[in-house]
Design a protein around this ligand. Structure first.
Ligand SMILES: Nc1ncnc2c1ncn2[C@@H]1O[C@H](COP(=O)(O)OP(=O)(O)OP(=O)(O)O)[C@@H](O)[C@H]1O
Length: 295
């Protein structure tokens, strides 16, 4: 049996937790509800759960639910063979009648009714299913039937530890696929990549790597070679001026002392907390407290 981690790249704690949950649920028959923003890897995880399950040798069928009505769903459900896995992508796009059909199907499979072969259901959504359920747009009974083991794929901005790993792996794989020499990244370009919020998540990072492999094969990617949205995001996030120096200048030493006093007071005298507020290590803060002779 394959491991769930085989194709899924990531080593951040939040990602590892997801993979561990997927590994545990893979060996069972229960439905899995995979939520998360677009491009976070929901479909890939569903495929990996199937691949790590005792059903790995049977079919894995994907049905995109957008535009699928009750009759369309019925056809898809009937086409699923015993022992296979059916992945319903964007399940919240099913209308209420189709939802009723799915619920009835899942209940019938679970009860082992004649004409209902043993098919495992995995679903994904990028919507807030609970909110839809409360708004009357998603059946409550179906919600709870699907909600046995919910797994939430974290957005890439919450697993920044994985960005460089994904960048390296995607670059190497895509360079091989396109028969190009992999580009390398300057330190500043790499920092921009780490700071960017990646609203399209792993898919956006993958597309970016592909673009760079094609356009910058064998070269060193500099800031100027990066897409405008990545440069713009970083300039608003970190490169922008934090504080504008007045024309008459300032007393930097006094300002530093003042900031340290404020941080100590804000943290109720806790030196570690104060250091965190100032983005310093505790040792550096203690050194500066001494330098400013702060009590
Ligand atoms: N952890 C990962 N390791 C390697 N590749 C990944 C990972 N997560 C996602 N990908 C890749 O990113 C792309 C988007 O993933 P996927 O289609 O699974 O996302 P999704 O959440 O289902 O997106 P959508 O909601 O838009 O359908 C795919 O090419 C997938 O192979």
């Amino acid at each position: 049996m394959n491991s769930v981690t085989e194709k899924m790249i990531g080593h951040s704690p939040v990602f590892t937790r997801v993979v561990n949950a997927a590994r545990m649920v893979a060996v069972t028959d229960v439905p899995v509800l995979i939520s998360g923003e677009p491009g976070t890897g929901k479909a890939l995880l569903a495929r990996e759960i199937h691949g790590a399950s005792p059903r790995a040798l049977a079919a894995f069928r994907v049905v995109g639910c957008s535009g699928v009505d009750e009759a369309g769903l019925e056809i898809e459900l009937q086409a699923s063979a015993a022992g296979s896995t059916l992945f319903l992508d964007e399940v919240a796009d099913l209308g209420l009648e189709a939802q009723a059909k799915l619920l009835h199907y899942m209940e019938s499979v679970e009860a082992g009714r004649a004409g209902y072969p043993n098919v495992r259901i995995l679903v994904s959504t990028c919507r807030d299913l609970l909110a839809l359920q409360k708004a009357g747009r998603f059946r409550e009974d179906l919600y709870y039937r699907l909600h046995v083991v919910p797994i939430t794929m974290p957005p890439l901005r919450d697993r920044t530890d994985d960005i460089v790993l994904l960048l390296k792996q995607f670059t190497a794989d895509l360079a091989r696929r396109h028969g190009r020499k992999a580009p390398r990244y300057s330190v500043t370009a790499r920092n921009l990549i780490k700071q960017y919020r990646w609203p399209g998540n792993v898919r956006e990072l993958h597309n970016f790597c592909e673009r760079m492999v094609i356009l910058m094969a064998g070269a060193i990617v500099q800031t100027a070679d990066m897409p405008i949205e990545i440069r713009r995001d970083a300039s608003t996030a970190s490169d922008s001026t934090l504080f504008t120096l007045p024309e008459g200048g300032i007393d930097l030493f006094a300002l530093e002392g003042d900031m340290i006093r404020q941080a100590i007071s804000m943290s109720g005298g806790n030196r570690s907390k104060a250091a965190r507020l100032l983005g310093l290590t505790r040792d550096t803060l203690l050194y500066r407290i001494q330098k400013h002779a702060i009590e």
